[in-house]
Structures are given as C-alpha cells and as structure tokens.
Design a protein around this ligand. Sequence first.
Ligand code: ZN
Length: 449
Amino acid sequence: MQNLTKKFLVILIIFALSDVALGVSEVTLNNVKRPNGAILFIVDGFGSSYYYPELTPHALDGNEISKAKTGNLTFGTRILDIRTPHPVTGIAHSVIVTGYSQANEEIVGYTDATIYDVTRQHGFVNLAVMEKGDFKNMREEQDIILFAENNSIDEPLMSIQANKAPADVYELMYDWKMKLPEYLNNLSGKEKYSAYNKWAIDTANAVATHMIKKHPSQRFLLTVNIGAIDSGGHNLGEDDYYRLIEDLDRDFYPVYVTAKENNIALFFTADHGMSFATKNAKRGGHASEKYSEMQESLRIPLVIMSPNTMPAASNGEYGQEDIAPTLLSVLDLPDNLQYADGSSINIKNYASIFIKANTEYRVSLWNAGQKVSESRDSELIFAGLPLNTNYTLKASGDDATYEESLFLNSDKHFNFKPEQGLNYRGVAAVILIFTVIIAGLVMIKRIKD
Ligand SMILES: [Zn+2]
C-alpha cells in the first residue's frame, strides 16, 4: 500500500509540474530601444492642478490659489487629464499597482494582482523606497523595501524589509537609512519637510545608480514614494504646499538624469492631489467629504520618459487604473494583471504581441506573405513591430490551428491555449488526489487496528 501511495504522489507531482512549467521566449525585431528597468516615482498628495501649465488651482471658496513654478517635472510624454478614482493614500496606491479602479490594500496581496507579480515572473527585481503608501501587502510585493514605519517628520522611524534582494542593496539602503538625521538636523517647518523629501529622492537615486553600475544585467522596478508634499499640504497649509513643490522640482532633477542616461523608464505620478478651503488656509485635505470631490484632490500628474515612448502632451481622459497597464506595455511585459480594468495608454513608438500558447504549438508571425519570426514556448513576446501595419499570426499543433489577422495600432494579446479549467488533466488530478487521501485513511485505519 505504501509503495502504491508513493507512486500516486510521484504521478501527482509530474502532473502538477507539467502544468506550471513556464517558459518565456522573447523576440525583439527591428532593433528598437527598450528600457532596462523602470522607476515608478509617486509624489504623495501632489495634484497636477498645482503645476501643469494647462491648469489653475482653486480653493473650495472658488478663489484662485498659488501655483508652483517648475521646470523639471514636465519632461517626456505628459498625460494632461488623469484622475484617481479614490483620493485616499492606501486605495490610490493599490489602484496604481493593480490597474484596478476598485482596488484596495487587500487585493494588492492576491496572486498575480500587481505589476510586481508580472515583473518578478520576467526576471526583474522589485525595489522600493517609500515614505507613505507602504502598507503590509505593498511591502510584501517587494524584494527589498526601505520604508517609514510612521508618518512622523519630527521623529521618523525607517525600516528595511528584505525578502530576496542582492545583499549589497541591503547594505546600501542601511547606509542611507542612517543618513536621514543629517538631512533633518537643525531644520524646522517647510525646510524640514523639504529635506525629508530630498532624503528619499537621493536614496532612490543612489539605489538606481547602484543597480545600474553593480548589476547592469539585472532589470529592476524601483518604486518610490515621497511623503512630505502631502504632509505639508495637511499640516503647513496652502502657501508652503506650492513652495514644497518648487523644492521637489529642484531636488528631483538627478533622478531624471539617472533615468535618461541609463535607458531607464521613468514614471512620475501621484496617489491623489490636495485641496484647500481658502487661499492661505493653514490646513489642507483630500480624503474627507469636504475635499474628495474637488478637481484639486482628484487630478494627478502622469509624466513618462522612456527610450521607446513618443514625447508629447497627450489629450484624452484617463484614470489612475491605466498606469499599471501602461507601465507594463512600456517595459514590453504582458498585461497579466488579474483584476485590472484599466488599459494601456498608447505612447510606445512600436507595438508588441504577447501570446500564451501550448508549448507544443509552433507560433509564427507573418507580414505580406513573409514569415518574420517563429518560436515555441508557453509565453511568447514579439516586440518592436512597426505601428499601423498588418500581420498574420499562426499557431499550429496536433490538436488545433489558429490564424489571426491583425492591424497593429497598439500592443496585442492572444491566448492560444485550449480552455483550462476542468480539462481531462484537471479531472485526473482531482481523482488522484482523492485516491491518495482515501488510501492514506485506509492505511491509518489499518495501523490503528
Ligand atoms: Zn496620499
């Protein structure tokens, strides 16, 4: 009986393994330039109303309020109208990383829910430096994160949580954690808030630079949140809020240079904005009923720079849930986000085709009767195809043939896998599991007897 059980177990394991075996085959055509990684830079509580040239901020009472003068935060591709569905820190961060407009902190922890699940499956390391938005499930998505355990600028408490990351990144983050007191020393008020931001910006820049220099072949996604624009809006008021934005404009520049010089995609955005009751109001807000419907709370910046995107200001109405699919598209990664209802914004200067297929299938790509490429894997990526062209995609195996004609105006996704669910393999696995359980129970009963 024991031998039989062992045999069943071995068969079960073989079945299970044959179903999860994952291979990714990437073909990049036409010599396009793809980014080597990405920085997702989230400025907490930063409304685009306060600096986008096209917008003017107003207070609750209708009066025009102060706008920041900036020169460094409008680079690359800029999305003019993009809003958060919920101007609340934890929820808005969840929307950013899941691409789901109804997301919350719990959903971030679900399997295959976030951009981090996709990047990890494609060999990226996920790094983060976050002063806010670093709730438990967000931290657990990261291979390593340096985060603030509290939201106090007067008595900050920074911590590192490492799951799996290069050891030297831990040491680097530790060094930067120890530098925070020097940044804040002898400062108060707006200057202290500004320095708290600058510390996170410099830390993020050091982490990105370190990865580029010391781990050049390791692609990474670095998530950053700076917290003191939000805290400044809440605690210091309207006139310091816009000055903190101007300080950010000055201090952010090195991150832009690092990304630009090293082929790293840069996504600059916010979780939500900020609203004030009047000009010179001493406190602002965004989440409470009084403020949550204001444009100033809802409109967020989205500025993207990448070697494969078209720099332009983009019209059209977008939602915060479109950020995750867009980030994956720019990185040429498949939009396998399980809960997403956002769509990628078409800013890439070429298109890519993402295919899931049976590993037995030959998948080939054709243009004007000529075979462009052929491959065989459970996941295939054909990247770098010229926009607005016609292609034919063919997949064939013993049990099926597929043929799809497509006009490439954006990335395309195809699934050439026969319906999963309860197929013969699933049914066989279920029967086997029950058999093993029953056999086990019988064995236990015999031992007892
Ligand atoms: Zn926030």
